[in-house]
Design a binder for this molecule. Structure first.
Ligand code: FAD
Length: 545
């Protein structure tokens, strides 16, 4: 179907479209492409100055993906796949941003994206069967369908420490890193936070800083990246049967084409387990170590502990000072229950004479002053503070559009006061014609998100086309289906170890946030088959009018 372009924007008229998409990251770009191809008028609203989402905002030194780039790519167009070559196993942020810009150019997406514009509120008009979106800039939008592709990790968490405004030096957030070069050489730098962004950037700060002080609340497991060219064996599999390789990813547990591991830990001898582990450690593949060593590593505490102990041993081998090694060693959560990170010289950085680790479990920060950071034991004078403190994950960007008002004047933040409620992670009962891409209740952050995003986008756009064809104008999840999904979510997470960790998966990193495992833990393939079954059974759990 030929694409129809969206109607002209004018500051004093409302922009009328079939579909409004919020966000121009991986998800929003593919949405726009598919919506156009399916004959819907569409506009994308994006706060940033250009496309890229995560890869637009996270420009900190060392930012890269931790799923191998041959897997972390769009797969919807074989010609696109052959038109782009990744230079590394784990591409850097600039390369991934170039890729998303290349995609935007190839499908001429930018002409229907309103950059530098925030959606600030959304209201469902029952009589008109349309959403009205209020924007920070330019015309409001009236749309039949409203799709939030706002990202799971796009709302940075504000600092929890008093006094940031008093600090006279430079302050940066990894999730909002400036476009201009930040001069690091010879500076006294403090990094607060040792999640993925901290672990990626700390080695690069250390190389240039006069002194680097790392403030750590909770140690994370980090696995070696051994970056370089894409591994020959994976590349051969992909090139040998591209379609088959991609299809296997779609039905896999984590969105990367690995088979289900069948051997459980107690069927393997110590030597066999060590051999598997050493091979995986040398290969530098996060998903392999997360899912492929033995079948019970993610579901049984004892099977998990065998693996966690092997990683702890590696930390002790790398970090020379025993006290620092112990402080860097995670002991409060099963391996994989919190997202592990990829390490390029991370642990080894703590052997450098210009690096100090401050264990906030032993000496909490009491304040930030004009000259630096004070703990309850010491004061650190610094020139620069970098907050690598993470995100209000999965719900932060959705709730930041406030209010989102559905049927009967219900506000989404009230409905979600005790935690997010969704059907399939895609829809919320009482909010007709609203869709969430990789929302809470879908595999999202527990998967290769490129695969999860494509699955969501295809499912949503196919439904919109079917509704149009059948003459329906609204779709809403029933409360029963939503309650059933919550029960199924709870059942699945009882079988995994995710409930045993306090993490951003559960909301534990944000003070006052409702607690509960937010992503769907049943796996990418099983989730896809449920979504397909919902369709096959006449849109089970949805009310269409
Ligand atoms: P985003 O890329 O987050 O895009 C959402 C966009 O919506 C943003 O640009 C934001 O500005 C915009 N937006 C939000 N709210 C509004 C509003 N109200 N108005 C206007 N615009 C709005 N995933 C993986 O699978 N593999 C990886 O290796 C990986 N590495 C990552 C590394 C980092 C440093 C981070 C932060 C995340 C990583 N992720 C990874 C997760 C990553 O977020 C997803 O893979 C993917 O990029 C998400 O795409 P998206 O389009 O859903 O959301």
């Amino acid at each position: 179907v030929a694409a129809r372009s969206s109607e002209a924007t004018n500051s004093d008229t409302t922009q009328q479209v079939d579909v409004a998409v919020v966000g121009a990251g991986f998800a929003g770009l593919y949405l726009l492409h598919r919506l156009r191809k399916t004959g819907f008028t569409a506009v994308v609203i994006e706060e940033a100055g250009d496309v890229g989402g995560t890869w637009y905002w996270n420009r900190y030194p060392g930012a890269r993906c931790d799923i191998q780039t041959i897997d972390y790519s769009y797969t919807f167009d074989p010609e696109l796949e052959s038109a782009w070559q990744w230079s590394e196993k784990y591409a850097t942020q600039p390369e991934i941003l170039r890729y998303l810009g290349f995609v935007a150019d190839r499908y001429e997406l930018r002409r229907d994206i309103r950059f530098g514009t925030k959606v600030t509120a959304a209201h469902w008009d029952e009589a008109a069967e349309r959403w009205r979106l209020t924007t920070s800039n330019g015309a409001d939008i009236s749309c039949h369908y409203y799709i939030m592709a706002t990202g799971c990790l796009s709302a940075p968490k504000p600092p929890e420490i008093d006094g940031v405004k008093d600090f006279k030096g430079e302050v940066y957030f990894t999730g909002r890193w400036p476009h201009e070069e930040v001069k690091l050489a010879g500076k006294r730098i403090a990094v607060i936070g040792t999640g993925s962004s901290g672990i990626q950037s700390i080695p690069l700060f250390a190389e240039q800083a006069a002194h680097l002080t790392v403030f750590q609340r909770t140690p994370n497991f980090a696995l070696p990246a051994h970056n370089g060219p894409a591994p020959a064996d994976r590349l051969a599999l992909l090139q040998g049967d591209r379609a088959g390789y991609r299809e296997q990813a779609r039905w896999s547990l984590a969105g990367v084409p690995y088979p289900q591991q069948m051997a459980v830990s107690w069927q393997l001898s110590d030597a066999e387990r060590r051999e598997r582990f050493e091979q995986a450690w040398a290969a530098g593949d996060l998903v392999h170590i997360l899912t492929q060593l033995w079948a019970d590593q993610g579901v049984d505490v004892d099977g998990n502990a065998l693996l966690a102990d092997l990683i702890r041993e590696k930390i002790r081998e790398i970090v020379k000072d025993p006290e620092t090694a112990e402080a860097l060693t995670p002991r409060d959560h099963p391996f994989g229950a919190k997202r592990p990170c990829l390490d390029t010289n991370y642990y080894a950085t703590f052997n450098r004479p210009n690096v100090t680790l401050v264990n906030l479990r032993q000496e909490p920060i009491t304040s930030i002053t004009a000259s630096g950071i004070t703990t309850d034991k010491r004061t650190f004078d610094v020139d620069m503070i970098v907050f690598a403190t993470g995100f209000d994950a999965m719900t932060g960007a959705i709730k930041a559009v406030h209010p989102i008002t559905g049927r009967d004047g219900k506000s989404l933040s009230d409905v979600w006061a005790n935690g997010p409620q969704t059907y399939l992670g895609l829809t919320v009962s009482g909010f007709p014609n609203l869709f969430l891409v990789t929302g809470p209740g879908s595999p999202s952050v527990l998967s290769n998100m490129a695969v999860s995003i494509e699955q969501h986008v295809d499912w949503v756009v196919d439904r919109l086309a079917s509704l149009r064809e059948a003459g329906f104008t609204t779709i809403d999840a029933t409360e029963t289906a939503q309650a059933g999904w919550a029960q199924h979510m709870a059942d699945c997470s009882t079988l995994t170890l995710h409930r045993l960790a306090n993490t951003w998966y559960t909301g534990a990193n944000v003070p006052g946030k409702a607690q509960g495992v937010m992503p769907y833990t049943g796996g990418v393939g099983p989730y896809r088959s449920i979504c397909n079954e919902v369709v096959a059974r006449g849109m089970l759990g949805f009310k269409l009018t």
